[in-house]
Design a protein around this ligand. Structure first.
Ligand SMILES: C[S@@+](CC[C@H](N)C(=O)[O-])C[C@H]1O[C@@H](n2cnc3c(N)ncnc32)[C@H](O)[C@@H]1O
Length: 482
């Protein structure tokens, strides 16, 4: 059949269109293939890099999560990891420092179970491997190239870690830094980290090893400086690649530890009173205060005879939640790091402000008192902007920090309702801070202290304004200038 030229042109156009479309699809397909090839190469690259890095290090541990990469690791390590894990209890949320982290096996094992782990390793080649393992497995651990010495142990912030692992490392430290330095390192570490897992090598494991002769007769001599202030528990013994000798693994812990949430807080003292001579109930304890270098931990018991505890803890947590969820800054607001709440009791870990209570110690000079009053007024002003009244401004609820600043603590009675006048209460607390005599605890805070007392405290202008009925926080702050 003869087609008209017009039909032929149309058909040709159509065929050209189809060809063009297919060409585009072909190009797309080509792009997809290229992308796939690049991705595969990238993955291969990461493993190739890891293999290359591994060739430079001692194959001490297996590579966590990548079976077979180290065909014959010196230590299988999973046995030690499981032993520590079952001793530790809940791993999720724990903050762990793995010292001598080698290829990162222990670090990854615990990070994979929800811990926040930092590894310190003296050998940068080991760290390169460990970091590459993190890249391949996606398990987040921070590895620092850092040697454990007296200086570096002192850089650990108290309260920053729940436990440290120092597995098969101290024999190196004893050899290179001496037994005395190693003993001091243990003591300094225990001041900062409440629980230390230790695996100790012993003299005579293999006398031909370079570190053997420098080891003490008894490996536990390492703990000479802490033996009276720690608890040592042997968790098991483990074989090594070096000899028939099995190495003991210990938990070395501060004897006084309180757990809040998933964190361990080692404390130095515990009291049933919030401040010296505070009214303490008879009978079973209702409140306890654990004091550590970094935190004050309040424990409140919930019981029929301690009904106030519920209200106070809920009030306190409500205010702190409000503060942390609000964009509004509150001057000198305390920081809560951990909370535990169940039907029987509550524990609240608050970061410690170094200093002393206004109600304790020497009376303050007028200039120092003015700084404290100013800080507390700023806090009250910021709280008021959130609609919060403190309702318990007392000299025993104000910390005079070591830098002279004033911190209002204890938000247990804070509320959107003004139960009392915070400014009147502050005037009484200021007079107490100047005279050294505590204000009455049950004062309804309706009547102000006499103006002469405020004059004596160097707060004349503030007192006159307050007596005249001024309550605007900013205007009152202005009376403290100059
Ligand atoms: C025998 S391996 C033990 C590795 C790992 N802790 C374990 O038990 O599986 C000792 C590791 O500690 C590291 N190391 C030795 N002295 C150290 C020090 N002073 N500070 C940090 N790491 C150290 C070594 O580089 C090595 O990786």
């Amino acid at each position: 059949m003869l087609r008209s030229p017009l039909t032929v042109v149309r058909t040709l156009r159509h065929l050209l269109g189809v060809a063009e479309e297919n060409r585009c699809r072909l190009v797309e397909l080509q792009h997809a293939v290229d992308e796939l090839r690049r991705a595969t190469e990238r993955d291969d690259d990461r493993l190739t890099v890891l293999r290359r890095l591994l060739a430079k290090v001692e194959p001490y541990q297996p590579i966590y999560g990548l079976a077979g990469l180290v065909p014959e690791p010196a230590r299988a390590s999973v046995d030690r990891a499981r032993t520590i894990e079952s001793d530790m209890g809940e791993v999720r949320g724990k903050r762990i420092l793995d010292i001598g982290s080698s290829l990162g096996y222990m670090s990854f094992y615990f990070a994979d179970r929800g811990a926040h782990v930092t590894g310190w390793e003296a050998n940068p080649d080991n760290n390169e491997v460990a970091r590459q393992v993190a890249t391949v497995t996606g398990i987040p651990v921070t590895f620092e190239t850092k040697e454990l010495t007296l200086d570096t142990v002192r850089s650990i912030e108290p309260g920053a870690f729940d436990s440290a692992f120092v597995l098969a490392v101290f024999h190196h430290i004893i050899h290179f830094q001496g037994l005395e330095a190693a003993q001091q390192i243990v003591a300094e570490m225990l001041d900062r980290v409440p629980v230390i897992y230790l695996e100790l090598a012993a003299r005579g494991e293999d006398p031909s090893l370079f570190w053997d002769a420098s080891q003490p007769e008894d490996p536990l001599e390492l703990l000479a400086l802490v033996k009276d202030r720690s608890e040592l528990t042997r968790l098991g013994t483990f074989s090594t690649h070096l000899s028939e000798h099995r190495r003991p693994l210990y938990r070395l812990a501060r004897p006084q530890i309180v757990r809040v949430g998933s964190h361990e807080y080692a404390y130095d003292s515990v009291s049933r009173e919030a401040y010296r001579n505070s009214p303490v109930s008879e009978g079973p304890w209702q409140r306890r205060y654990y004091h550590s270098t970094s935190h004050v931990i309040k424990e409140y018991r919930f019981a029929e005879e301690a009904a106030d505890n519920w209200q106070q803890i809920i009030g306190e947590l409500y205010v702190h939640t409000l503060l942390s969820s609000s964009r509004h800054h509150v001057h000198h607001a305390l920081v809560i790091d951990d909370v535990h709440l169940d039907h029987q009791h509550a524990l609240v870990a608050m970061r410690r402000v170094d200093g002393r209570l206004l109600s304790e110690g020497r009376p303050l000079h007028p200039e120092a008192l003015r700084v404290v009053v100013r800080d507390v007024l700023l806090t009250l002003r910021d709280l008021a902007a959130l609609g919060i009244h403190h309702n318990d401004v007392r000299s025993w609820n104000i910390v005079v920090a070591s830098d002279g600043g004033g911190w209002l603590i204890d938000y247990g009675r804070a509320s959107h309702v003004a139960i009392e006048d915070d400014v009147v209460a502050l005037a009484w607390a200021a007079v107490a801070g100047m005279s050294g005599a505590r204000e009455p605890a049950d004062e309804a805070m309706t009547n102000l202290p006499p103006q002469e007392a405020l004059e004596d405290a160097g707060l004349g202008a503030f007192g006159r304004a307050v007596h005249a009925g001024l309550r605007d926080r900013d205007a009152l702050l202005a009376t403290l200038d100059g």
